[in-house]
Ligand binder design. Structure first.
Ligand code: SPV
Ligand code: MG
Length: 325
């Protein structure tokens, strides 16, 4: 199996428009892969929202690392971690790169704002840009630290978010590319792709460009493709979809005092077992636990049948109070 670092680097240089989909835990990482995507965006916004905190570095970087490791374990496609500002200065970035490599996270994106960061769609008065040279130093430090030549550092430019112009965005992009960035992520919060297209029109370097069309989502992907964009990130849509579904289901069950009205609209428990690959554990138990000892088997000692897993993988679900789950 190709290394995840190499998989991600190939996506950046595939020569055609590629797409990353947001995930924020092991389950959603699996869903993204099953849907057919070739890569995952571990979004700072959705990771923090799923933890019940704000996208302002309220979750510690090690808490983020724990979740992203579970995501990586749960999927075989590469993850681009939204590492905000790198959680500190160049030295914190060096340590982050070492930890990401240890945990098989093949790529990180850092943005040129100051710690603690503020989400780009929130009050722009609270947004502060990092000094260009200081940020370029973080990129250099990351590239000097990585052990795997294919580990990727994506440098994110927030100039447009702060209302600065194309020149500022381009100057920063050139500085970050010279510092060794493997790609530039240029962010915009307009509802049209104008800033992105203007940037692409002037960007002549052989350094791939990544975009996040959350606000200009109505632009057809071919427009980005023609402009020379390498990767589009759908940054938060699984969290938003699941939030809508969970709000609706929780409210209906609360109001009706029953699951009857939602039962047809939610996945059966069997589907959750499938996503957890419970079948693999059932098979492993047969191989490694032929006979159970201890309290359970003593209580079942009158039976000659060896005790094996009771996961309802292929048959019906365990009846509970004479009703199936
Ligand atoms: C994220 O998904 O956390 C991002 C993209 O950084 S955005 O929310 O658009 O800033
Ligand atoms: Mg973010």
């Amino acid at each position: 199996m190709t290394q995840k670092t190499t998989q991600f680097k190939r996506l950046l240089h595939s020569g055609k428009l590629e797409f990353l989909m947001e995930a924020h835990n092991g389950l959603t990482a699996k869903l993204v892969e099953e849907a057919g995507f070739k890569g995952i965006w571990a979004s700072g916004l959705t990771l923090s929202a799923a933890m019940g905190v704000r996208d302002s570095n309220e979750a510690s970087w090690t808490q983020v690392l724990e979740v992203v490791e579970l995501m990586s374990d749960a999927s075989s496609i590469p993850i681009l971690l939204d590492a905000d500002t790198g959680y500190g200065n160049f030295n914190n970035v060096r340590r982050l790169v070492r930890k990401l490599e240890q945990r098989n996270i093949p790529a990180m994106c850092i943005e040129d704002k100051v710690f603690p960061k503020t989400n780009s769609f929130l009050n722009e008065k609270h947004q502060l840009l990092a000094d260009t040279e200081e940020f370029a130093g973080k990129i250099k430090a990351a590239k000097d630290t990585q052990q795997d030549g294919d580990f990727c550092v994506v440098a994110r430019i927030e100039a447009f978010i702060l209302g600065l112009g194309l020149n500022e965005a381009l100057e920063r992009a050139h500085a970050y590319s010279s510092a060794g960035a493997d790609a530039i992520l240029v962010h915009s919060k307009l509802s049209s792709p104008d800033q992105i297209l203007a940037f692409m029109n002037q960007w002549k370097e052989n350094c791939p460009v990544v975009i996040v069309p959350t606000t200009y989502y109505q632009t057809p992907a071919e427009v980005f493709d023609r402009a020379g964009v390498s990767i589009v990130i759908w940054a938060n849509h699984l969290l938003r979809a699941s939030t809508a579904a969970m709000q609706s289901v929780a409210s209906i069950i609360y109001q009706t005092g029953s699951v009857a009205a939602v039962h047809e609209h939610i996945v059966p428990v069997k589907e959750i077992f499938r996503l957890q690959n419970a079948a693999e554990l059932e098979a492993a138990e047969l191989r490694y636990l032929p006979v159970r000892t201890g309290i359970l088997s003593r209580s079942a000692s009158s039976s000659s049948k060896p005790e094996v897993s009771s996961y309802p993988i292929s048959g019906d679900l365990i009846p509970l109070n004479s009703r199936p789950l």
